[in-house]
Unconditional design. Structure first.
Length: 253
């Protein structure tokens, strides 16, 4: 069945039909402030993980878009729990991906920016030991001083952005000061929910995996309620092997 879209709606395309994923997923040019893109994958019934991890939901194109978003970003933003569950290390793009970053005027390797109120990351973590660039660790003054010192001693740049909680507005301000305005936020759901509540999300790239997962998996965002739901505008749809790849932009007034 072919669906007819209104002329002002995004076209549905397969990757073979699409002219260049880079153009389709490009960040806005000449940014005057940080632009937050959030990347997630979920099952058709809304599960964000299978057996506790998101990798069970991904497809080959999902992986390609995931890496592309990293390659087009100045910085990768992630919450501590997601980084630990998914086994994060530092980003290590190969020669082809470094060349792509160079074409866009970006550094060879984007840093990981970790959000953690507790600073409960071991200094032996691959985020610190298996990386080409030091990570940024955004935490708060209530995090134990010995943990903060241990991470700084292991090479992280530890930045206080609040007293008892991490102030995400201040996190973005710190990234802005460092010229890191293309922000690729990879979750998890608590960080995404907090970004929504703080009214800091500009874009969502969502892969809908053709699976029914059920179980007790979380949704892609949870936490405090925003003052109002944030309206989005669908700007791109791809499909491959029964999966959908959706790109939404903030519908600003």
């Amino acid at each position: 069945m072919d669906w007819l879209w209104p002329s002002d709606s995004p076209a549905v395309a397969t990757p073979a039909d699409a002219s260049g994923l880079e153009a389709r997923y490009a960040y806005p040019e000449d940014l005057a402030r940080p632009w937050v893109r959030v990347n997630f994958v979920s099952s058709v019934d809304g599960a964000v993980t299978v057996d506790g991890r998101s990798r069970g939901l991904g497809t080959e194109l999902d992986k390609e878009i995931f890496l592309l978003s990293r390659d087009l970003a100045d910085v990768i933003l992630v919450g501590l729990r997601t980084a630990l569950i998914e086994g994060y290390a530092g980003a290590k793009p190969g020669a082809e991906r470094r060349a792509r970053r160079a074409r866009h005027g970006l550094s060879a390797t984007p840093p990981i920016a970790l959000v953690t109120a507790s600073c409960a990351l071991e200094p032996e973590s691959p985020l610190l030991t298996d990386t080409r660039v030091p990570p940024l660790v955004f935490t708060c003054a209530s995090a134990p001083a010995d943990r903060r010192q241990a991470l700084a001693g292991a090479g992280a740049e530890v930045v206080l952005t609040g007293e008892d909680t991490v102030d995400l507005t201040r996190v973005l301000a710190e990234l802005d000061e460092r010229g890191l305005r293309r922000v690729d936020c990879e979750g998890g759901p608590t960080l995404f929910g907090s970004m929504i509540a703080a009214d800091l999300v500009d874009e969502l790239c969502l892969t809908v995996s053709p699976l029914l997962a059920a179980g007790d998996a979380a949704r892609i965002a949870h936490g405090a309620h925003p003052d109002r739901p944030l309206p989005l505008r669908l700007v791109s749809v791809l499909h491959e092997e029964h999966a959908l790849f959706l790109r939404y932009l903030r519908d600003l007034p």
